[in-house]
Design a protein around this ligand. Structure first.
Ligand SMILES: [Zn+2]
Length: 420
């Protein structure tokens, strides 16, 4: 199990910063950055061998720490969010469709004998030069807004593919000691928000869960090196956001390696910004901050300005599935609907973005062909758009990091803000 280290450089009195997240197993990721969304052990529509080509060459060299140390720079690792619920059924009697999830010691040891960790189970090891940083949560980030699971006393209840499950902090830590993610996000309640006292009780439950997760970790020698991230929520209630942050720091910060700030996808921009401001000021500056639930470029820009280090990318995957291609690498940012309007694309023999270095635009696949694939309901265009969009975001973030270091972030981001 690896240990993580985060080096942050704050370049102004504001929270915005560049940094580097590193693991003792040699993975290294410059921040701010996008985390790849993962479903059932894979980036949707892509196979592992596709992933290195989506990285930006030389991005490691422009980040803090890498060149200063005199070490040769290597391509950045890929940060990924994974849902433990995708993997828990295999430890349970009755796999693949157990009636209720539980832990069968024989199945757990069978897994451990075959695989060193979740990364090796997912074939994300050194062999394919990905060297990932895996960030494990209990449930699929993409289903955050619809989570049926909630905390009832000492368990989280939920459903995985129609199967009931309940997970206790003990189960959660036990699963993590077998799967060995680089970062384990504490259990948390993310029910659709209700105004009033529900938000307060949700914050209290999350704090209670964090307490139990930390205590369970302390009981297990095998869990000693797990890096726990605390979840700091509070919905749209600014007092609760601040209380969640200050209580998390006051009670648990010695046991935390970083923080997760979750948002519902429909959170409006002013609430999003205010929530980040209410929260981040309380957090320990030297620890990384992950934001869940960003669902637009506008929110992403606000998150970067407010000092978020890592963003989940469930919404980026949805863009590809909806047929939306992004252009972020030119001076005129644009979204293109490649799925609709065949008349617009039918004679268009250009690539999606002329200066794009992604495997799709460099092959090249033309707009007319991509639109045709959507028209005939082929599955390939989802893979093509996801590859292209992830490359565009990686390019965008490499420019953002350079602009923060140069003190020109405002100038760089203004082209996107004027567009929106
Ligand atoms: Zn492209």
């Amino acid at each position: 199990m690896s240990h993580i280290e985060f080096v942050a450089t704050t370049t102004s009195k504001h929270s915005v910063r560049v940094g580097r997240l590193q693991t003792s197993s040699g993975a290294s990721l410059a921040t701010p950055a996008l985390l790849y969304y993962n479903r059932l052990g894979a980036v949707p529509h892509l196979i592992n061998t596709h992933l290195p080509a989506l990285q930006i060459a030389g991005s490691a060299a422009s980040a803090v720490g890498a060149s200063e140390s005199g070490q040769p720079t290597q391509p950045d690792s890929i940060g990924m969010t994974v849902a433990m619920e995708d993997f828990l059924p295999m430890f349970s009697p009755g796999f693949p469709r157990p009636p209720v999830i539980s832990f069968d010691p024989a199945r757990v040891s069978r897994f451990s004998n075959r695989f060193d960790s979740l990364a090796s189970y997912m074939a994300l090891d050194e062999k394919n030069s990905i060297n990932p940083i895996l960030i494990a949560d209990l449930a699929d980030i993409g289903a955050c807004s619809e989570r049926v699971g909630s905390i009832r006393n000492k368990f989280i209840f939920g459903r995985i593919g129609g199967v009931n499950y309940k997970v206790s902090p003990k189960d959660y830590i036990q699963a993590a000691t077998v799967l060995k993610p680089d970062i384990l996000v504490s259990l948390f309640d993310f029910e659709a928000e209700q105004p009033g006292t529900r938000t307060k009780s949700k914050v209290d439950r999350n704090l209670g869960y964090l307490d139990m997760v930390i205590k369970e970790k302390a009981k297990s020698l095998a869990a000693a090196s797990l890096c726990i991230f605390g979840v700091v929520d509070g919905g749209s209630d600014m007092d609760e956001r601040a209380r969640a942050a200050s209580k998390t720091i006051q009670l648990f910060d010695n046991d935390l390696s970083g923080y997760v700030l979750p948002f519902l996808a429909r959170t409006d921009l002013p609430t999003f910004q205010q929530s980040l401001r209410q929260t981040i000021g309380h957090l320990t500056e030297t620890k990384p901050r992950i934001c869940y639930g960003v669902s637009s470029l506008e929110q992403l820009l606000v998150g970067i300005r407010e000092g978020v280090d890592l963003f989940d990318s469930n919404w980026v995957c949805k863009l590809a599935e909806d047929g939306i291609a992004l252009r972020l690498s030119e001076n005129t940012p644009e979204t293109m609907d490649m799925k609709s309007d065949p008349q617009k694309w039918v004679h268009d023999q250009t690539v999606m973005v002329s200066n794009c270095g992604c495997p799709v635009c460099t092959r090249p696949y033309h707009r007319a062909y991509i639109n045709h694939l959507f028209k005939v309901k082929d599955m390939l265009p989802h893979a093509l758009l996801n590859s292209h969009n992830l490359w565009q975001f990686n390019h965008f973030f490499s420019k953002v990091r350079a602009a923060i270091q140069d003190g020109t972030l405002g100038e760089y981001l203004s082209q996107f803000e004027h567009k929106s």
